[in-house]
Ligand binder design. Structure first.
Ligand code: TMP
Length: 216
């Protein structure tokens, strides 16, 4: 099938099932003959992956500020957009990205306290105006995501799911509400998925939206 290349981002707080949905979407799109570039943020290029390491595991004793976080993810994003996302789209490949600029709006902005106006400037500068055509927001009650994070066991220890989970339900709830607010700023770009459903059902809901939106 020949279709226009699309850029799709998956967003949501910790433990909502983005990775599982990503795997399912890649298989489903491939069944339609659509070639997908799968990527994630922060990361996606060797430089951006190095920045990810600092971002996810900052040296102890030097607490990272939300402003520094915003600059780090923006530097990684600038590299990622120009070296991976734009080239893939211009070659006609679809891009599926686990997190993009809305993570910055929520984590550094609404959660971290960096002014959204400043972030908008940074986002424009780092992306050159590239935005997802569609953003799936995986949204569920924090009791569900909390128990899923717990289920990851020891993998959590070097993962910043642990960082955000330390504050427990309250932090997850703030992230959830942050995402719902950002989704309200861009209603035509966002599609909310009920992530409390089974992973199979979430995938079906996402595929139905792709069929509806782009007649796949
Ligand atoms: P993940 O790849 O396991 O989702 O981890 C990425 C972490 O980085 C997650 O806690 C969200 C955070 N993050 C930000 O704080 N700002 C951003 O702009 C991005 C892309 C991610």
């Amino acid at each position: 099938m020949t279709t226009q290349a699309r850029f799709i981002a998956l967003e949501g707080g910790e433990g909502v099932g983005k990775s599982t949905l990503m795997r399912g979407l890649v298989v489903w799109l491939a069944s339609k003959g659509i070639e997908v570039k799968q990527t994630r943020e922060p990361g996606g290029t060797p430089i951006a992956d190095e920045i990810r390491k600092i971002f996810k595991s900052p040296p102890t004793g030097d607490e990272i500020t939300p402003e520094t976080e915003a600059l780090l993810v923006s530097a990684a994003r600038a590299q990622h957009v120009s070296k991976v996302i734009k080239p893939a789209l211009s070659q006609g490949r679809w891009v599926l990205c686990d997190r993009f600029s809305d993570s910055t709006r929520v984590y550094q902005g609404l959660f971290g306290g960096v002014a959204l106006n400043d972030l908008e400037w940074l986002i424009r500068f780092s992306t050159g105006g590239v935005e997802p055509d569609l953003t799936f927001l995986l949204d569920c009650d924090v009791a569900v995501s909390h128990s899923r994070i717990g289920g990851r066991g020891s993998a959590m220890n070097d993962d910043d799911s642990a960082r955000y989970d330390q504050g427990g339900h309250q932090v997850l709830e703030r992230l959830r509400q942050g995402y719902r607010k950002v989704a309200g700023f861009y209603p035509s770009r966002f599609f909310l998925l009920d992530a409390s459903k089974s992973s199979e059902e979430v995938l079906i809901d996402a595929c139905k939206e792709l069929e509806r939106r782009w007649k796949l």
